[in-house]
Design a protein around this ligand. Structure first.
Ligand code: ZN
Length: 157
């Protein structure tokens, strides 16, 4: 088994990650979700199930992100879940893209960073490329769930 390097969690960013890891938000499952997807990363045993309920105007009214695995997936899913309420699916996709750019270091300078709240603390994970996937897994599930929801809506029309 390859040893997965542990991300040292200290300082302000580390405190935020530990806080979400120890007290994950929105773990309770959503009854009859509109959007639902599951992702698995065998490398460190991470699993995430993301569920969303939408209101009549297409905004997220309930969120669930339940996880198994390492500290980073717990923290990332919890922070993501907190960021989703009240947003439209288009806004969620923009947020996912923004977060992915940050994690992959594609944001030019600090220009477009900001606006991600607690999620910015996950920047420390960039120093550990194998763990970036842990941070992105909930977002991959979110995007897959949205794609699936959109294609099933299109089929129903
Ligand atoms: Zn992981």
């Amino acid at each position: 088994m390859p040893q997965v390097p542990d991300v040292p969690l200290d300082g302000l960013y580390g405190d935020l990650i530990i806080n979400h890891y120890r007290n994950p938000r929105h773990r309770r499952s959503v009854p009859d979700p509109d959007v639902e997807a599951e992702e698995f990363n065998p490398f460190c045993g991470d699993r995430v199930v993301v569920q969303l309920k939408l209101d009549d105007s297409g905004c997220v009214s309930q969120v669930s992100a339940s996880t198994e695995g390492c500290s980073i997936i717990h923290a990332s899913a919890s922070m993501m879940a907190e960021a989703l309420s009240g947003k439209t699916l288009d806004e969620l996709e923009a947020l996912a893209e923004h977060f992915r750019s940050m994690m992959q270091g594609r944001t030019p300078g600090d220009m477009a960073e900001g606006g991600l709240g607690d999620l910015e603390s996950l920047k420390v994970v960039r120093q550990y490329p194998v763990r970036i996937k842990c941070a992105l897994l909930p977002w991959t599930a979110l995007e897959e769930g949205i794609d699936y929801y959109r294609s099933s809506q299109a089929r129903d029309q």
